[in-house]
Design a protein around this ligand. Structure first.
Ligand SMILES: NC(=O)c1ccc[n+]([C@@H]2O[C@H](COP(=O)([O-])OP(=O)(O)OC[C@H]3O[C@@H](n4cnc5c(N)ncnc54)[C@H](O)[C@@H]3O)[C@@H](O)[C@H]2O)c1
Length: 385
């Protein structure tokens, strides 16, 4: 039986721990794959690899064992306690496949050396488990956005920069580059820079590797991109759209940093402008409230104008468990990218935009229309090229 690998960057985080525990539970028949889009009947013909054939490894800078992280998620109410007892051995096995990650800056050598070391870990994982192919998924803490200097680098300039000991390319970019060097497809589930550089796009296309991103669409933006087309299609004029998010967990703590929150907010901001054709008044805020634990509340207030200028409002409140919303999508992305790689797709896969707040290579943010695009693309994977 051929097997494929998933290499999680940030493998001991809340989302990654939920992915690993959830996949083990579904495989053992202890849980249904609720929330996995690729389990819908429309995706049956796409020839996607099954979760039974998936092997997981990854990088993390944290040394807290996965079993401990899973216990923390049980205490937080994210994972059911009975599941943990059944998947403890599997978590320990995945833990032994997690290698020390990097913050990006070298103690000795250059960033090129760091990237080469990360790529060696990925290749060794593929070889050790005799995997057909490996999908790297970035689930590490969100970074502040990189400087624009990098966006004008050709591949040669970029590699020169990495070899220069004074360079400071963000860690997400080093992992993405390492994935390309190792011949892996790649998904960026975070708003960090990662693959979003012309040099890395060039590398992906030249090595026939598909990639997708950025920033998983799991909560407030998911609702916004389902709702905003309603206003647009009914020719109602949205005058303001304001949002407040309160969240705890590791992600909440990271986003308490203003530079990092700016990265998330800019990724959230793009969808309304694209769907409505203008930028309504109002802002989105993210506040860290540790008491919320792994839960997030998003409250949105929308004011709009109807016939003869009549003013109306709508409000919604979303209360989500972020890791439970994100984990099945990570499994979807792993299966879809493994299949896309096998089918010879290369470069940015705009059709995977359905999964992201800030879809790479796609201008369409409308959730339902993104779903149709995804469905057609998945069906095309089973056609001869
Ligand atoms: N949960 C969601 O619904 C959702 C949606 C969209 C995006 N995201 C993004 O997914 C990411 C993970 O979210 P989470 O809730 O699991 O966060 P988390 O804080 O629980 O986990 C992040 C993990 O990344 C690790 N890490 C940090 N820097 C690293 C590095 N340089 N190399 C390797 N590992 C590193 C941390 O040690 C930690 O284990 C975040 O960037 C978040 O913004 C999550």
């Amino acid at each position: 039986m051929t097997r494929f690998g998933v290499w999680l960057v940030g493998a001991r985080g809340s989302v990654a721990t939920t992915v690993i525990t959830g996949a083990a539970a579904v495989r053992a028949g202890l849980a249904a794959p609720v929330g996995c889009v690729t389990e819908l009947p429309e995706f049956r013909a796409a020839g996607l690899p099954t979760l039974d054939t998936m092997v997981v490894g990854g990088h993390d800078v944290s040394t807290i064992p996965l079993v401990k992280r899973a216990e923390q998620l049980v205490n937080a109410g994210v994972l059911p306690p009975r599941l943990l007892e059944h998947v403890r051995a599997e978590l320990a096995a995945v833990d032994s496949e997690i290698r020390p990650g990097t913050e990006g800056l070298p103690d000795t050598g250059s960033q090129a050396d760091i990237a080469a070391g990360l790529a060696r870990d990925m290749v060794a994982f593929r070889t050790r488990h005799q995997l057909e192919r490996v999908v790297v998924v970035n689930l590490a803490s969100t970074e502040a956005r990189a400087t624009s200097q990098l966006s004008s680098d050709s591949l040669v300039d970029f590699e020169d920069r990495l070899a220069d000991r004074a360079a400071a390319v963000p860690a997400s970019v080093l992992y993405a580059y390492a994935a390309m060097l190792a011949g892996c497809s790649y998904a960026n589930f975070t708003p960090s820079t990662a693959m979003e550089l012309p040099a890395l796009d060039e590398l992906a296309r030249s090595r026939a590797l598909p990639y997708a991103g950025n920033d998983g669409k799991t909560g407030e933006t998911l609702v916004k991109t389902a709702l905003a087309p309603m206003f647009a299609h009914r020719a109602l004029l949205v005058r303001s759209w304001s949002g407040t998010n309160i969240l705890g967990g590791g992600d909440g703590a990271t986003l308490a940093e203003p530079d990092v929150a700016a990265s998330k907010l800019s990724s959230k901001a793009r969808s309304l402008e694209h769907i409505l054709g203008h930028v309504p008044e109002g802002e989105t805020h993210i506040d860290h409230v540790p008491e919320m634990g792994e839960w997030k509340t998003a409250w949105n207030h929308i004011s709009f104008e109807g016939f003869l200028g009549v003013r109306m409002t709508m409000q919604f409140t979303w209360q989500g468990c972020d890791s439970a919303l994100a984990a099945p999508l990570v499994l979807d992305l792993a299966r879809l990218l493994a299949r896309a790689h096998e089918a010879g797709r290369r470069g940015a896969q705009a059709e995977l935009g359905f999964f992201f707040k800030d879809p790479v290579g796609a201008a369409d943010h409308r959730m339902v229309s993104q779903y149709e695009t995804l469905r057609e693309w998945a069906a095309s994977l089973s056609l001869p090229t």
